[in-house]
Ligand binder design. Structure first.
Ligand SMILES: Nc1nc2c(ncn2[C@@H]2O[C@H](COP(=O)(O)OP(=O)(O)OP(=O)(O)O)[C@@H](O)[C@H]2O)c(=O)[nH]1
Ligand SMILES: [Mg+2]
Ligand SMILES: [Zn+2]
Ligand SMILES: [Zn+2]
Length: 402
C-alpha cells in the first residue's frame, strides 16, 4: 500500500534524494532534558543543500523507523525527524503515508508558476470540495510562502509573477512546496504528500540544468509537462487579437527542445535501456488555451466543463486528448507527439487555461490579471489523471458530458 517504503526506499520531498527509513535522523527539540540544554547553531548541511542559514538545534542518529528519539547530549525527547541527506525536517507522517513527487516542468514562460498556484488554489477550494479532498502545507515554510508569495500576488494583487529565478541563481537551491493532500474515500481517508518544485525555465535547458533539477525529474512519480501553444508557429496566426502574444523564444527553448532534453535527462539517469520506454506517467498540457479558444470549433470537448463527480472522467479525458493531439499535429507537426509515444509508456495530452483570460499589460512590463479575476478552466485535469494513475482517486467510465 505504501510504495514509498519499498524499492529504492524513500525520497525526500525537499531534496529528492533517496534513503531508507532507518537512515532517517532526528533534530534535538531544544527542550530541557535531564542534562545541559542544547543550543542552536548553523547547520552546515541544511545551509549547503537548502540555503537555510537559520541557527538550528543539533541533528543526531537514532532509530529512524521510530517517530521519536532521545538526544544523548541533553536527554530531551524529540519528534523532529530530518532527511539524512539535506537535514530538512520531514513531514509528520512521512514514511507512513503515501508520498508522491510530481515534477512540474516546461520551457521558460510556459506558465509553470501561474499553473502551480492556480492548481493548488483550486485544490484548496472548488476542486478540493468536488473530490472531497483537503490540501494543507506540510511545513510552516510551505504554508507561508504559498500564502504570501504565490497566492497573494495572483489573487490579491492581481499581478503576474516575474520570471522564476534559476536554481543556480538561488545559492543552495530552492525549497519545494510540500503539501499534504487528504482524500475522503467511501470508507477510508487517504493521505498523500505532494511535492512541487517551481523550476525556472532555464533549468530545463541542458547546459544550465543542475543536479537538483535532474534529481527532481528522475525521482518524480509523475510529470506534468507544460507546453506553451503561443510558441508554436502553427498556432500563432490563430491567437485572439486582444491576447498578449509573447515573442518567439530561441530554438533551444522551444517546446520540442525542452521535451528532447527531458527525455535525455530521464533516460540518462534512470538507466532506461535502449529501445525501452520510460515508465512514468507524463501529463502533457497546453497552457494559455484561453488565447486560442475562439479558434477551436464550438463542438470541441475542451469547452466542456468536466462533471461535478469526485472521480476522474476517463471518456471525457480521452476525447480531449484526441482533440489536443490533432491540434498538436496542426500547430507543431507530428514530431512532438511521436517523441512522446516513443519515449513514455503512459502519456496523455491536456489543454488548460489557468487564468481563463489573457492578462493585460500595464505600463512597460507589469502584467495584470483581468478585472474578472482568475477563472481557471480544466487546470485540475492533468493532476487528477496522475492521481488516478497512482490509484489515489477513482476513475469513471461514464460517457463524457453526462
Ligand atoms: N493567456 C494566458 N497567459 C498566461 C496564462 N498563464 C500564464 N500566462 C502568461 O505566461 C507568462 C509566464 O507565466 P509563468 O507562470 O510566470 O511562467 P513560468 O513557466 O513560471 O516562467 P519561468 O519561471 O520564467 O520559467 C505570464 O506572465 C502570462 O503572460 C494563462 O492561463 N493564460
Ligand atoms: Mg516560474
Ligand atoms: Zn532531503
Ligand atoms: Zn539535545
Amino acid at each position: 500500500m505504501f510504495p514509498a517504503l519499498f524499492g529504492n526506499g524513500l525520497h525526500c520531498p525537499y531534496c529528492y534524494r533517496s534513503f531508507r527509513a532507518r537512515e532517517i535522523r532526528f533534530r534535538c527539540s531544544g527542550r530541557v532534558g535531564t542534562k545541559k540544554r542544547c543550543e542552536t547553531k548553523l547547520d552546515r548541511v541544511l545551509a549547503d543543500q537548502m540555503g537555510d542559514h537559520d541557527p538550528q538545534y543539533p541533528v543526531f542518529d537514532g532509530d529512524g523507523r521510530k517517530s521519536t528519539a532521545v538526544h544523548d547530549a541533553c536527554y530531551a525527547e524529540t519528534h523532529y525527524r530530518v532527511c539524512p541527506r539535506c537535514h530538512s525536517q520531514l513531514p509528520v507522517q512521512f514514511g507512513q503515508i503515501d508520498s508522491k513527487l510530481i515534477a512540474l516542468v516546461g520551457a521558460k514562460d510556459s506558465g509553470k508558476t501561474v499553473y502551480m498556484t492556480v492548481l493548488l488554489h483550486e485544490l484548496m477550494n472548488d476542486v478540493g470540495a468536488r473530490i472531497q479532498a483537503s490540501v494543507l502545507g506540510a511545513d510552516a515554510s510551505t504554508s507561508t510562502r504559498f500564502e504570501n508569495v504565490y497566492q497573494r500576488v495572483l489573487y490579491e494583487k492581481h499581478e503576474l509573477y516575474s520570471a522564476t529565478r534559476t536554481a543556480v541563481a538561488e545559492k543552495g537551491g530552492r525549497r519545494p512546496l510540500v503539501f499534504n493532500l487528504t482524500i475522503r474515500g467511501r470508507n477510508k481517508v487517504r493521505s498523500t504528500l505532494l511535492s512541487f518544485y517551481d523550476t525556472a525555465g532555464e533549468d530545463m535547458n541542458s547546459e544550465r540544468s543542475i543536479d537538483q533539477n535532474v534529481r527532481y525529474m528522475t525521482s518524480a512519480d509523475g510529470i506534468v509537462l507544460l507546453l506553451d501553444p503561443l510558441q508554436m508557429r502553427g498556432a500563432r496566426p490563430h491567437v485572439d487579437a486582444d491576447a498578449l502574444l509573447p515573442k518567439l523564444v530561441p530554438a533551444e527553448d522551444s517546446p520540442s527542445s525542452v521535451l528532447a532534453n527531458i527525455v535525455k535527462q530521464l533516460q540518462g539517469s534512470t538507466g532506461v535501456k535502449a529501445g525501452k520506454r520510460i515508465d512514468k506517467p507524463i501529463a502533457v498540457a497546453f497552457t494559455k488555451m484561453d488565447a486560442l479558444q475562439s479558434a477551436l470549433p464550438s463542438g470541441s470537448p475542451w469547452h466542456r466543463t468536466p462533471s461535478e463527480s469526485a472521480a476522474f472522467n476517463e471518456p471525457d479525458s480521452v476525447e480531449v486528448h484526441r482533440h489536443m493531439q490533432a491540434l498538436l499535429h496542426e500547430w507543431a507537426g507530428r514530431n512532438l507527439d511521436e517523441t512522446l509515444a516513443n519515449s513514455f509508456t503512459r502519456y496523455r495530452l491536456f489543454g488548460l487555461s489557468a487564468l481563463g483570460e489573457s492578462p493585460r499589460l500595464e505600463g512597460e512590463d507589469t502584467q495584470r490579471v483581468s478585472e474578472r479575476g482568475v477563472q481557471p478552466h480544466r487546470v485540475e485535469d492533468p493532476f487528477l489523471w496522475l492521481m488516478s494513475e497512482f490509484g489515489a482517486i477513482r476513475r469513471t467510465t461514464k460517457p463524457a458530458g453526462e
